[in-house]
Every structure is written in structure tokens, then in C-alpha cells.
Design a protein around this ligand. Structure first.
Ligand code: PMP
Length: 437
């Protein structure tokens, strides 16, 4: 099966190279391959499967749509299924914002939601430049690649959006200002404010600032809460719409329904995908109605009314709220940090352990070099890949990512139990031990 895939599938395929498995069955946090081997899935559809695989509330919701003769494809016409989804989504929005909010249904991917958000702010402001951040990831289309930090996939694609300005993200382990620690984020916000106010910086009045509150693909990097507040203040004072990309962080993953709630801020626009469809493809843009300068048809697309995804999304949102899975994610995230942090003392190759809720990262480094002025050691992508393989051998699926390909990323389903967290941490520890032998 795997060999056939290699021959027939495009060379651009990504996950199957690092995780060479053919999966057959799945339930909860577990997946089983075609040979019957079981794995704990801490990648979970890159953070999509909030309730794990095949949760009964999702299955029942989807079965109901299939049995009820619901029209399966309605473009974006209204149906009771859509109405229920919008009601549930609006009930989840922060008080005060709910009354000002509008929602735009987008194509099935997070990337399409981000495209729509970029078009919205350009239309509303009549401006074109976008402020974005080193290490950010927003998708794989032309527009979303333009505002993503990673140069590698861009190198063979000419003609991306001009006027994107990249600003330093508060990556406290690798502080771009040469000084480590929590305070480094103050240097980032002071620098950003200076850039915006200096006419010689070459930054045109921006249509928006966009970022993730925890960079996901960039290496599970949580921005300090103070920095998030600063970005809201800076953008508000200068009349710059703020877009928060909640594609990966949204729907309870970081310990709050929406990750910006940790900072007590509300953006002007935010984008949801991944978990919002209860594991099925869906994305939406939620925005302040003051920005609604769109003409009818300004953002269209055939697959914007997926009834199955909306039904699964409604059921999953309800369940997350009823079971307080956001709070559970916070607790389980803290337990992970507690379990994994001692590895920094034990193994000189573990440089950093960090996360917010169940969006966690372990940065693998090379202790043969001396530390940078910020106290970090060079990234060790080869070892990170080896640790990932050793984890897979021991029945644990996780991802390697980050700017230098050296951050082991854990994005388990929100339903992970205390016992499972400890099991994952124990497997991880044994994989690190085996990898450095
Ligand atoms: N934004 C963020 C923060 C993401 O993590 C991703 C996907 N990893 C995207 C956007 C793009 O979503 P999609 O792959 O569904 O286009």
C-alpha cells in the first residue's frame, strides 16, 4: 500500500514521508494501521480532531443529516442545519463582540478562510499592505503563502502578494534581539511601534496585522499575553484592523474557546477552520460588522455550505462547552509541561519545553555548540526527526516542525486523559533516550 502510494502520489506529499503508515481504523486518541498496530495520535489531523477520532456525538450528528433527507449540497443557501450551526457559533462568541459580529462561510480549508479575511480588510480599508510575522503560517495558497514566514515553499513560486511586511514574533527561546527570556517580547512590541511610526521604515498604511497567538507550524510558540495586549493596543491606536488566525488555536485547544481570550482582547477579524467542523472540512471568518464593505459575491466558492461539517461542528461545539473541554485542555497542557520539563535537565539535547493548553512543543538542540546571546542552542533537525521515528516505533504519532525543523509538536485531541498524557510523556522520554545512544 505504501509503495503504491509512493509511486502514484505527487512528490509534494508531506506527512506520509515522515509518518510512513497506512491507517485503517481509529477511535478516540488511537489509530490502527493496516497491519493491526495501534498508535496514540498526538497529531490528530494537525489539531483538527478536538474530540478525537469518530466520537459518538459527531457520528450521530452526521448520521442524522444523512438519514433526514437533508439536502447535502446547498451552496450557501440557508437550511435548519446551517441555522443551528450559526446559533451555536454565535453563542460561543465573547459577550460584547457577539452583537457586532458577522460570519462569512468560506471554502473547506483554513487557507480559504485566511484568503477571505485578507480580501475583507483590503476592501474595508482601501489599503493593500499587510503586517505579518516571522515564522507565521497561514496556508498554502498564493495569498496565504505571501503572509507566511517560511521561505522554502515560496522559492519556486513567483509573484506572491507584494507589500507584506514581516515583523519579529516574540519567540522567547530564540529572541531576535539577542536577549532571551520573557521580557524579550517588550523589545518586539517597541520595535513594531517604532517601525509603524517611522516614515522611513517604508511601511505603507497597513490594511491589517495578522498573527497566530501561538504559532503552530512555526514551532508551537506561545506569544506572551502582555505582547498580545500590546499588539491590540498598537493596532487600535493606529486604526489597523487586527486579524487573528485561530485556525489551529481555536475551539478550546489552548485552554479557552478562542485563544485571544487569554489576553482579554478581541480582534476585528478571526478565522476558524480545523476543529470548527467537528473534524469535517469547514472554515469561517468572523468579523466586526463595521468592516463589512463587501459587495454581494465578494467571496464565493462552491463548497461553502457543507451540511455534514456544519452538523458535526454544531454537535462538537456543544459537547466542548458542556464538558468544559477548554478547561480540561488547560489542565492536560499543564500536566504535559510538568511531565516534559524535567527532560531539559536530563538531556542536554532538549532546549525548550513550551505550550499553551494542548498546543505543545519540545525544541531539540545541538549541545556541541555554545549558546547564542539569548541563551538558545542551535536547532537539531536530524535528531528531532530521529526522535519522531523512535516515537512512531513505540506507538506514538507526533509531528516535527518549526522554523528550523527541530520542534517536536504535540496536538493531541482535547479528550486526552491524565493517564494518556503520562503514557505519551513516558514514550517520548524513552524515544529521546534511544535516539541519543
Ligand atoms: N493557519 C494556521 C494557523 C494553520 O495551522 C493552518 C494549517 N496548518 C492554516 C492556516 C491553513 O489551513 P489549511 O491547511 O486547512 O488550508
Amino acid at each position: 500500500l505504501l509503495h503504491q502510494q509512493e509511486l502514484r502520489e505527487s512528490n509534494a506529499r508531506s506527512y506520509p514521508r515522515r509518518i510512513p503508515l497506512a491507517l485503517n481504523k481509529a477511535e478516540g486518541i488511537h489509530v490502527t494501521d493496516v497491519d493491526g498496530n495501534q498508535y496514540m495520535d498526538c497529531l490528530a489531523g494537525a489539531g483538527t480532531l478536538a474530540l478525537g477520532h469518530n466520537h459518538s456525538v459527531v457520528i450521530e450528528a452526521v448520521e442524522k443529516v444523512l438519514k433526514d433527507q437533508t439536502p447535502l449540497h446547498t451552496l450557501d443557501l440557508t437550511t435548519p442545519v446551517k441555522e443551528a450551526f450559526v446559533n451555536e457559533l454565535f453563542a460561543s462568541l465573547p459577550d460584547g463582540f457577539r452583537e457586532r459580529a458577522k460570519v462569512q462561510f468560506c471554502g473547506p480549508t483554513g487557507g480559504d478562510g485566511i484568503e477571505a479575511a485578507l480580501k475583507l480588510v483590503k476592501t474595508a480599508t482601501g489599503r493593500q499592505s499587510i503586517l505579518t510575522f516571522h515564522g507565521g503560517y497561514h496556508g498554502s495558497t498564493h495569498g496565504t503563502m505571501s503572509v507566511s514566514g517560511n521561505l522554502e515553499p515560496k522559492k519556486n513560486v513567483q509573484g506572491l502578494m507584494p507589500d507584506t511586511h514581516f515583523l519579529p514574533y516574540p519567540y522567547t527561546y530564540r529572541c531576535p534581539f539577542g536577549k532571551g527570556g520573557e521580557e524579550s517580547h517588550l523589545l518586539s512590541s517597541a520595535y513594531i511601534e517604532h517601525m509603524l511610526d517611522d516614515p522611513e521604515s517604508g511601511i505603507l498604511p497597513p490594511a491589517a496585522m495578522i498573527f497566530e497567538t501561538v504559532q503552530g507550524e512555526g514551532g508551537s510558540i506561545p506569544a506572551p499575553i502582555e505582547w498580545l495586549k500590546e499588539m491590540r493596543r498598537i493596532t487600535k491606536e493606529r486604526g489597523i484592523p487586527l486579524i487573528i488566525d485561530e485556525v489551529q488555536t481555536g475551539i478550546g485547544r489552548t485552554g479557552k474557546m478562542f485563544s485571544f481570550e487569554h489576553a482579554g482582547i478581541v480582534p476585528d477579524v478571526f478565522v476558524l477552520s480545523k476543529a470548527i467542523g467537528g473534524s469535517l472540512p469547514l472554515s469561517v471568518v468572523v468579523y466586526d460588522k463595521d468592516l463589512d464593505a463587501w459587495e454581494p459575491g465578494a467571496h464565493i466558492g462552491t463548497f461553502r455550505g457543507n451540511q455534514l461539517a456544519m452538523a458535526a461542528g454544531t454537535a462538537s461545539l456543544k459537547y466542548i462547552k458542556e464538558q468544559r473541554l477548554d478547561q480540561h485542555a488547560k489542565k492536560m497542557g499543564e500536566l504535559f509541561i510538568e511531565e516534559l520539563t524535567p527532560l531539559k535537565e536530563e538531556f542536554s539535547v532538549i532546549g525548550d519545553v513550551r505550550g499553551r493548553g494542548l498546543m505543545l512543543g519540545v525544541e531539540v538542540v545541538d549541545p556541541a555548540f555554545s549558546p547564542s546571546p539569548s541563551g538558545s542552542l542551535p536547532a537539531n533537525p536530524e535528531l528531532a526527526t530521529r526522535i519522531q521515528s523512535e516515537c512512531i516505533k513505540r506507538g506514538l504519532i507526533l509531528e516535527v516542525g518549526g522554523r528550523h525543523g527541530a520542534v517536536i509538536r504535540l496536538l493531541p485531541p482535547l479528550i486526552i486523559t491524565e493517564k494518556q498524557v503520562k503514557e505519551v510523556a513516558a514514550i517520548f522520554r524513552s524515544a529521546v533516550t534511544a535516539s541519543i545512544k
